[in-house]
Design a protein around this ligand. Structure first.
Ligand SMILES: Cc1cc2nc3c(=O)[nH]c(=O)nc-3n(C[C@H](O)[C@H](O)[C@H](O)COP(=O)(O)O)c2cc1C
Length: 348
């Protein structure tokens, strides 16, 4: 049977990316509200294939494959993602107070390369609204809450921002991810430096204890653009802090990942982080280094450029505990989730 996404994609891709996103979300909302959606979707998506379950950071995941942060920032489509066959969804980035993000246009596509550029800048409805939605989350899907700071918050106020969101979101999710790696909030990536990271992690871990949520894993999401020494220092601080795992990677600022002939086009779009197939090699080499530095002390969640079942399997073979995708889903559609799950199940 022909993949229905092959028919829908030309229509979606004729639209400006955020309009396509809104249309896809409208379909998602419609579908997930249909009686019997869950059962029908599970049958189509290959849900429940043998050999996919795994335990990471004390949590049981139905499959290693998850949806990366940034697509469902407001936790609007959780039953839909579950129906597509994802084992977990990372909602967010959520900021404590609502904010609009950067002016549009702020997403650009390069379909020939399977690449996106985005400078969304944390458009967020704010932690209160998202928390309210999380109260109705479906069973059987792991949900992570990815937290960030508001744009106008100065570096010194970052910890307070993360804590404000943590108080509202953490009790309602299975794990929390601290995002210190989006390139579109000025100064955010500076939080990866040891002198800023240490107090941030200690502060959030302290709050976790205060709230009696010690068993709720805390992950840290890193950028692929740290130099060798920076990466070593950052991973050292993370591993010593008591957090539960590292997600690698976020988008890159490095235009060098784009083939020479298309680079001027990407540069003309302006600022933003790049994701998708061209990021794969860079993200993988960062992950391999992190795995080496961790030496098994913490699990690694692989993200960045994963675009095929073979790459997904290879990332697990490299030592990743879980996988996340975003950009490849936009270009290849929901069939990719099923293909990856089938491949991982067959390879077990
Ligand atoms: C449009 C867009 C928005 C994103 N927003 C977020 C975000 O809010 N928080 C975050 O941690 N990562 C965000 N990301 C990064 C993804 O979660 C992921 O780390 C990155 O895109 C690399 O994975 P991929 O190549 O599979 O897309 C965003 C990515 C895209 C393309």
């Amino acid at each position: 049977m022909r993949d229905p996404y092959a028919l829908i994609r030309p229509l979606l891709f004729r639209l400006e990316p955020e309009r396509a996103h809104a249309l896809a979300f409208a379909w998602g909302r419609f579908l997930q509200a249909m009686p019997g959606f869950g059962g029908a979707a599970a049958a189509l998506s290959g849900g429940g294939l043998p050999g996919l379950r795994r335990s990471v950071a004390g949590l049981d995941f139905p499959t290693p494959l998850g949806l990366a942060a940034g697509l469902d920032k407001g936790a609007e489509l959780l039953p839909f993602w579950k129906g597509l066959g994802f084992g977990h969804v990372e909602i967010g980035t959520v900021t404590p107070r609502p904010q609009p993000g950067n002016p549009q246009p702020r997403i650009f596509r390069l379909p020939e390369e399977g690449l996106l550029l985005n400078r969304m800048g944390f458009n967020s409805e704010g932690a209160e609204v998202v928390a309210r939605r999380l109260r109705d989350r479906p069973a059987g899907l792991r949900v992570g809450g990815n937290l960030g700071k508001n744009k106008e918050t100065p570096d010194e106020g970052a910890l307070e921002d993360y804590c404000a969101s943590y108080r509202l979101i953490a009790p309602l999710v299975d794990y929390v991810a601290l995002n210190v790696s989006s390139p579109n909030t000025p100064g955010l990536r500076r939080l990866q430096a040891p002198e800023a990271l240490k107090p941030l992690l200690n502060g959030v871990l302290g709050l976790r204890k205060e709230m009696g949520l010690e068993a709720r894993p805390l992950f840290l999401k890193l950028a692929p653009d740290l130099g060798q020494e920076e990466l070593e220092a950052t991973v050292g601080v993370a591993a010593a802090s008591g957090i539960s795992g590292i997600i690698a990677t976020n988008t890159t600022l490095d235009r060098g990942i784009v083939v020479q002939a298309l680079r001027p086009r990407v540069e003309a779009w302006g600022a933003g982080g790049l994701s998708g197939r061209p990021l794969a090699a860079k993200a993988r080499s960062v992950r391999l280094r992190i795995l080496e530095l961790l030496g098994g002390r913490l699990p690694l969640i692989a993200c960045g450029g994963l675009s095929s079942p073979e790459e997904a399997r290879a990332a697990l073979g490299d030592g990743a505990a879980l996988l996340q995708i975003y950009t490849a889903l936009i270009f290849q559609g929901p069939g990719l989730v099923r293909r990856i799950n089938e491949c991982l199940s067959a390879a077990r």
